[in-house]
Design a protein around this ligand. Structure first.
Ligand SMILES: *[C@@H]1O[C@H](CO)[C@@H](O)[C@H](O)[C@H]1NC(C)=O
Ligand SMILES: *[C@@H]1O[C@H](CO)[C@@H](O)[C@H](O)[C@H]1NC(C)=O
Ligand SMILES: *[C@@H]1O[C@H](CO)[C@@H](O)[C@H](O)[C@H]1NC(C)=O
Length: 414
């Protein structure tokens, strides 16, 4: 009896401590955050304990029974439409204890992205949930190390550098045009061929990113992209984002993701180790120099190098490729937009063979980003595109919004 009693009370004490920690995490932390937001007039859908608004989101998704229409892309995220109706353009919602702010007021979005204070870093959930993908680089880092990364890398993304990048974009676009011409010559019937554009777009963006980061070593860099794609696929399947602690579960997808992440880290480090004493002017060199001076904590030197490369890899590869895929789908399904964009391209480039930075600033139609402008200009001035009858419209929300079955176009040389 004398011996079991202390054991019993120790267990009881431990249980109490555990309960208090749990309560703090699942109830008090989210609740105090919601109170602070409410004081500023920001409300949102009432969350349930532990899972937050996840059950409600799942219910709304399951209620969409009709097959999506080409113009109805938003039906993949029905909750944002519903909540915007109820709470306006600024509201909060909760994914398993993580409070998120939904901002669709353009002015506010701009202001947030201009904000330079160290206090407004990146939410920890990005590092936690997406760590395998993004590490602790520019996209997810916080505090002093974030500021150092910004100073090191951001100048590389400024206007002057963009002019150099335009050359790379045209180079990569030309490769794509030649590839499509070859396919039409060898497989086309009456000069028309069906092309699934997804991999072509990813090759277009990966060539550019690889040259920007690795310069003359880009042929080594390009070998990393298949691993990146596999990692994106492994992580896109995990739809349980936000369920507390699920990221530590050694599920099959998680183990695959961790392994791929290590492999990518290793490949980047191999390339940078061969760099000692080099005078290249590419992004890798800038990052290597940044790793030698400045605040890196809590990152190690290797992490600083690999994670920043990874961020530029993923940021410059997948989102623009998806934007290009969806953009082509829309241009192909709206012949009148396609004709308008094409005539603008021909007008601006009149008589000249090669696109340059000055021409690009004159074009305005479908095209906020330089990279897409170059791509669409090259495609539209060489090909007439329409949607293939074999295309099945099914937007799927993985890591980003992607076409579940790819985008198939009918392509004809003009
Ligand atoms: C994309 O690039 C890879 C590697 O360079 C190549 O093997 C593949 O055929 C390319 N795919 C397309 C659709 O161009
Ligand atoms: C681990 O798997 C869970 C559940 O599938 C997922 O939510 C989480 O994001 C994964 N974690 C990582 C680091 O990939
Ligand atoms: C593109 O194809 C459409 C439909 O077949 C046709 O009406 C249009 O004139 C074509 N445009 C060019 C520039 O060939």
């Amino acid at each position: 009896m004398e011996e079991t009693f202390p054991l019993f009370s120790a267990v009881l004490l431990l249980l109490c401590g555990f309960l208090i920690i749990c309560l703090r995490r699942v109830w008090w932390k989210p609740e105090s955050c919601r109170i602070k937001l409410k004081e500023q007039g920001i409300t949102g859908p009432p969350p349930s304990m532990i899972l937050g608004n996840i059950p409600e989101m799942k219910r709304m998704v399951s209620q969409i029974s009709e097959t999506p229409k080409i113009d109805g892309c938003l039906t993949v995220l029905p909750y944002f439409q519903q909540w915007t109706k109820n709470y306006g353009k600024l509201f909060r919602f909760e994914l398993g204890g993580i409070q998120l702010l939904y901002v669709s007021n353009l002015e506010l979005v701009k202001e947030i992205s201009r904000f330079r204070s160290l206090d407004l870093g990146k939410p920890a959930y990005l590092q936690n949930e997406r760590g395998a993908l993004l590490g602790k680089g520019l996209i997810t880092a916080n505090g002093a190390v974030w500021s150092h990364q910004r100073k090191t890398i951001a100048p590389q993304l400024g206007t002057e550098k963009v002019k150099d990048m335009v050359k790379l974009m045209v180079e990569s676009g030309d490769i794509l045009v030649k590839t499509w011409e070859k396919i039409i010559d060898s497989e086309g019937e009456d000069g028309i061929v069906e092309i699934m554009v997804d991999q072509h777009m990813r090759n277009f963006t990966s060539y550019i990113v690889s040259k920007v980061i690795f310069g003359n070593d880009h042929h080594k860099g390009i070998k990393i992209f298949p691993k990146c794609q596999a990692l994106i696929n492994a992580m896109g399947g995990a739809t349980t984002l936000g369920i507390p602690l699920s990221r530590f579960l050694p599920t099959k997808a998680n183990r695959t993701a961790w392994k791929l992440s290590e492999k990518i880290h290793g490949m980047i480090m191999d390339i940078s180790k061969e760099r000692i004493g080099s005078t290249s002017k590419d992004m890798l060199q800038v990052i290597l120099e940044g790793a030698e001076n400045g605040e890196l904590w809590p990152l190690t030197k290797d992490e600083f190098i690999a994670d920043n490369c990874k961020d530029i890899f993923f940021g410059g590869y997948e989102p623009p490729a998806l934007a290009a895929i969806w953009g082509l789908m829309l241009l192909a399904s709206h012949p009148e937009w396609q004709a308008r964009a094409r005539s603008e391209v021909l007008e601006v480039c009149e008589g000249q063979q090669i696109l340059d930075y000055n021409m690009l600033t004159k074009m305005k139609v479908n095209m906020a980003m330089m990279e897409l402008t170059v791509l669409f200009a090259l495609i539209l001035s060489n090909f007439n595109i329409s949607i293939s009858p074999n295309y099945l419209h099914s937007p799927k929300f993985g890591l980003l919004l992607e076409p579940e079955h790819g985008v198939k176009l009918l392509v004809r040389k003009i």
